[in-house]
Design a binder for this molecule. Structure first.
Ligand SMILES: Cc1cc2nc3c(=O)[nH]c(=O)nc-3n(C[C@H](O)[C@H](O)[C@H](O)COP(=O)(O)O)c2cc1C
Ligand SMILES: O=C(O)C(=O)c1ccccc1
Length: 385
């Protein structure tokens, strides 16, 4: 069995629920519908939908269905070890909490609950620039932590974010490149709802001395407009990455890469890692499914860069498929947010524990002692229906 802190998972995980009916489903693919009962229409409308017609999010899910695991027998998989070190961070399993902004939309405790839950399982939490709690507030309760940068156009504010992240113990910089501006999101547009226009998700900005120094007055509306001007940063080019290298000592990961050409450019520009991701389908409608982009990118740069993956990962079985297609770790997005909506920190822990247990069981039953043994031969393409 594999061990995660105090929690024995895998086969023993089933014992967790043997005498009680869990309040939250153990079928992680059903979390979204269960969470709908706890969330306002505005919050659900922001979290669940994707860009445009939703075709990228549908493609993300469909891509997982096109691969089937091929379980192997008699391979002695009684003991498993899912631990790994990713970019210098020790992890009990190849799972990282994806950066997600405005988590108070899901639960009043927001990022604090998520960071506590991740720490309880020894997992790494990634702090979004758009969080509802600041770097420093989260650092007080978090375990291992990475920082996700939405690169503001203002150089002073950017430098201040990097400084604050460093000073409060965030070890890896994850630069999200696919959100130079928000995608076309009809669900939000039709409702006239964007959380940050109400001042939500701006804790890092509102607590920032460099940002405050730019404001002409104390009016919240002025601050929000100022943020909006700094957020959109579509002018960035590959050459700009040298600025981050100069001002960030630790590993740098580019998030939102789905083309082999960009993956090669990331390697040429001295980056340390990638997250193959299409932002859960929230940015470009009709974009390539993230899982379909993964094998080509892993083949092209997997030896040089730490290739990670998100977008559409819902279950431990999904994670096994992404690992088999070349990811060194997966990031979990919406599912933990549904756990947060359902029961705060306890809800996130439930989701993470179920996810890890299912991953561990999947490995055990497919004949693997270690997730690194997963490879292309672990999968077969589903027959075309
Ligand atoms: C409500 C919401 C907010 C998000 N905010 C951020 C963010 O602030 N920074 C970021 O890099 N990605 C953000 N993402 C994208 C996630 O990091 C991740 O790429 C995505 O959720 C993966 O897709 P999935 O949830 O369908 O698996 C957000 C996603 C959601 C659903
Ligand atoms: O909604 C998102 O996908 C996202 O990344 C974001 C961007 C700005 C503010 C909050 C979340």
């Amino acid at each position: 069995m594999a061990n995660f802190g105090d929690h024995q998972l895998g086969i023993y995980a089933q014992g967790m629920f043997a005498h009680t009916r869990p309040e939250i489903t153990t079928d992680l693919s059903r979390l979204e519908s269960q969470a709908a009962g706890s969330l306002s229409a505005e919050a659900m409308g922001y979290i669940v939908p994707s860009a445009g017609s939703g075709s990228t999010a549908r493609a993300n899910s469909a891509a997982f269905e096109r691969w089937r695991l091929s379980p192997r027998m008699l391979r002695g998989s009684a003991e498993r070890d899912l631990s790994c070190t990713i970019l210098g961070t020790k992890m009990p399993a190849p799972l990282v909490i994806a950066p997600v902004g405005v988590q108070t939309l899901a639960h009043p405790d927001g990022e604090l609950a998520t960071a506590r839950a991740a720490a309880a399982l020894g997992l790494t939490y990634t702090h979004s620039t758009q969080a509802s709690h600041s770097f420093e507030q989260v650092a007080e309760v978090a375990g291992d932590r990475w920082y996700q940068l939405y690169w503001p156009t203002d150089r002073d504010v950017c430098l201040s974010f990097l400084e604050r992240a460093k000073a409060s113990g965030y070890s890896v910089l994850v630069v999200t490149l696919d959100t130079g501006t928000l995608g076309w999101r009809p669900a939000d547009l039709d409702r006239g709802f964007l959380p940050f226009l109400k001042g939500e998700g701006l804790a890092n900005y509102f607590s920032d001395p460099a940002f405050k120094a730019k404001l002409a007055n104390e009016e919240p509306a002025t601050a929000v407009m100022h943020f909006a001007q700094m957020f959109s940063n579509l002018g960035l080019t590959w050459d700009d990455l040298s600025f981050l290298r100069e001002h960030w000592d630790g590993p740098i990961v580019l998030k939102g890469i789905t083309s082999v050409e960009d993956a090669k450019l990331a390697a040429e520009h001295g980056m340390d890692g990638l997250v193959v991701s299409n932002h859960g389908g929230r940015q470009v409608d009709g974009a390539v499914a993230a899982l379909d982009a993964l094998p080509g990118i892993a083949d092209a740069v997997g030896e040089q860069l730490t290739v990670m993956f998100d977008s559409g990962v819902r279950t431990g079985s999904d994670a096994a498929k992404a690992l088999a297609l070349g990811a060194r770790a997966v990031l979990l997005g919406r599912p933990f947010l549904y756990g947060l909506a359902l029961a705060g920190q306890a809800g996130v822990e439930h989701v993470l524990r179920c996810f890890l247990a299912e991953l561990d069981l999947t490995l055990a039953l497919c004949g693997y002692s270690n997730h690194r043994e997963l490879n292309r031969t672990s999968l077969v393409p589903a027959p075309k229906s």
